[in-house]
Design a protein around this ligand. Structure first.
Ligand code: DGL
Length: 304
């Protein structure tokens, strides 16, 4: 029998402004033990959450392109801010004209909305059985994610009678990146939860979306400060489920058989040693990061 040639195996890219996307990558690495991943954290520019939308679109585009240049065909934006502000723009106005044929970018809002509404993303009218007819859903996120209104709009399209109350946690992702102490983090989470409950006039949310991938790193603090009956939707799990389904339908993004062990390539626009040490605090087995320079490092000063 002729020996089968070694075919190319593609990596899946995961992009975030910093460490938050690791909450997603870690779950994906567990769920897909044979799939290679390339992670890029834009630590030179984190946090994104309070930046102008145009800056976020440009940083995200450059990050995605840096991953494409390293052999990635499919990039998952492991970042709600980048998804809310940039995903559609990149998918519709950049990718088709970029010269990266056969490549794609996915966001993480869709799987979250699907889970929150129990309705497939493709259904954009309230024709589906309205399982969560009159629930109250809380969404916590960065300034830009919340002001984009993406969560309330997409949820209400599918479940118009569901009430969505949003709360900006403007400084939480930055504090997590800066390794703030537990007390400070707990204070910031409590501030967000209290402000949300003030908006609901005390009505207890049925479910809460932690709409920032940094927030699962303080999920226990959300659990502590939210009413005990509020169910937390875990984005890393939802994203892993959704990617599994997507790759089953689009196996071309994985490439062919490859005999070598899978690879986890960790990239940062920040200082590799520092980021490796910080990442190990919550993911002890994470491989060391490598520093890369991309276009946005030169633009960071003017955009801050
Ligand atoms: N982890 C990101 C998110 O999901 C970004 C946070 C930030 O950089 O402000 O929104």
């Amino acid at each position: 029998m002729p020996r089968r040639g070694r075919t190319e195996r593609f990596m899946i890219g995961v992009f975030d402004s910093g460490l938050g996307g690791l909450t997603v990558l870690r779950k994906l690495a567990d769920r897909f033990p044979d799939v290679s991943f390339c992670y890029l954290g834009d630590h030179a520019n984190v946090p994104y959450g309070n930046r102008p939308s145009e800056t976020i679109v440009e940083f995200t585009r450059l990050g995605v392109e840096a991953l494409f240049e390293r052999g990635v065909r499919l990039v998952l934006l492991g970042c709600n801010t980048a998804t809310a502000v940039a995903a559609k723009r990149l998918q519709q106005s950049w990718l088709p004209y970029s010269g990266w044929a056969g490549h794609n970018v996915l966001g993480i809002v869709a799987p979250t909305v699907e889970a929150a509404t129990q309705t497939p993303w493709a259904v954009t009218t309230p024709q589906y059985p309205q399982k969560f007819n009159s629930d109250l859903i809380a969404v916590f996120g960065t300034t830009r994610t919340i002001t984009s209104e993406v969560y309330p709009e997409e949820i209400r399209k599918r479940c118009p009678r569901v009430e969505v109350i949003q709360q900006i946690c403007a400084n939480l992702a930055g504090a997590i990146e800066d390794e703030a102490g537990r007390e400070e983090l707990s204070g910031l989470v409590k501030e967000g939860v209290d402000a949300l409950l003030e908006q609901t006039l005390g009505t207890i949310p049925d479910r809460a979306i932690l709409g920032c991938t940094h927030f699962p790193l303080v999920e226990d603090l959300f659990r502590k400060h939210l009413p005990s009956s509020t169910r937390l939707l875990s984005q890393p799990d939802l994203v892993a489920d959704s990617l599994e389904d997507y790759l089953a339908r689009r196996p071309q993004y994985l490439g062919g058989y490859h005999p070598e062990p899978r690879m986890l390539l960790m990239l940062t626009t920040g200082d590799a040693d520092e980021i490796s040490n910080r990442a190990r605090v919550f993911w002890p087995e994470v491989p060391p990061f490598e520093s890369i320079e991309i276009g946005f490092q030169s633009s960071q000063q003017q955009s801050r």
